[in-house]
Design a protein around this ligand. Sequence first.
Ligand code: ADP
Length: 419
Amino acid sequence: MTKILYVEDTPASQRLVQRVLTAEGFEVVVADDGISAIEVARRERPDLVLMDINIGGLDGYEVSTRLKTLPGLKDVPIVAVTAATMVGDRERALVAGCNGYISKPIDVDRFPNQVRAYLTGMEEKVGSAEEKAEYLLEYNQRLVARLEEKLHELEKANEELQRVEKMKSDFVILAGHELRTPLTVVYGYLQILQANPNIPGSADDAGSPKQLLKKISEGVERLSQVIQDILNVSLIDANRLDLAAEPVFINSVVQSVLHNLRSFGPPRQLIFEIGPSLRKLPVVEGDPRRLHQALWNMLSNAIKYTPNNGTITIDGEVLEDTVHIWVKDTGVGIPPEELARIFERFYVLEDVTFHRSSKTAFKGGGLGLGLAVTKGIIDAHGGNIWAESNGHNEIDLPGSTFHILLPIGDALKNLGKRT
Ligand code: ADP
């Protein structure tokens, strides 16, 4: 069946044309603004387009020009259907790419035959070459003026977006600081209480005051971690993550991360293999506190996504002027199509309905901020981070490997200066 696309924003006109043409055996699809007209034309591949000129978004002239550049559509006849209000409207439509012009209101009796004529190749022409050149020039000038106007609008919208974005990140950063301060106080007092010999029981005695204190302090620590992650993501987003760079021994950072991770939750039966080359890595220029955080997130993930009896290998090498560090686990792995997305904020692969908050328990979930923070830190160091895995499988355990590249930089020189 011959398919006609009618681009028109007035429902009454849409209905009239639809009724007249359907009765003549045509299939009619409609679009009511410029942008959707292009989408519908691409999808529906009509045999002819009837184009109202005064439509929203791109106008009918602009849509006609665009359609004539699209593969599969450039030979489809376009007929402007519009109420002639100004001298030269017909010529304007023709220079924009229309093949013909039907004025509104349509003559219901003649309309189907007019459509048939355009379908079988009828084409109207602008009078002389000079006249055509004049209309083309006018059309070009109008297009540039529209472009300028739209660019201004876009600039304004962008400014507004940046203002709102800054307000949001300022708020999160401020709220993060405000929440962190009282938590630090709570944590400090908890430590004092825990060290108090008059508090009865031991930390392992179920239900004893000492154990309750331990549980409270674990909760507080977890809460401050979450606040820290949110704060860091906001700083990274706002490009405000400051680095206090100094020469860093990656091996020392890894050892301190492993030591720290052991204090979280009940011990897991995992084998840690530290590659012999890690110790021999040259110093890099970096912020040790931030790099600690980045490696902590990576290693805590390796622990979380590897079941008991698995192995976690940490190793490194020098690759040209960078240090290449990798963390390899024998865990559940990651589907290849998700490998890039895991570095996005709030991305968690697991079903959140089964969410279980833990830093080291098998499949203990987080907020989905860990890797976003890690990537932000590595990026801020001018480095690179990526993950490899052969897929996700909780039985076959294909494992994952996370790689980091860090530029060696001038660290050695600085170290020389200090000593
Ligand atoms: P969270 O802060 O919640 O731990 P991350 O940003 O660290 O989140 O990780 C995002 C997602 O990437 C996790 O939910 C998990 O699905 C996946 N993931 C990260 N590391 C590993 C790993 N070593 N093995 C398997 N999946 C991983």
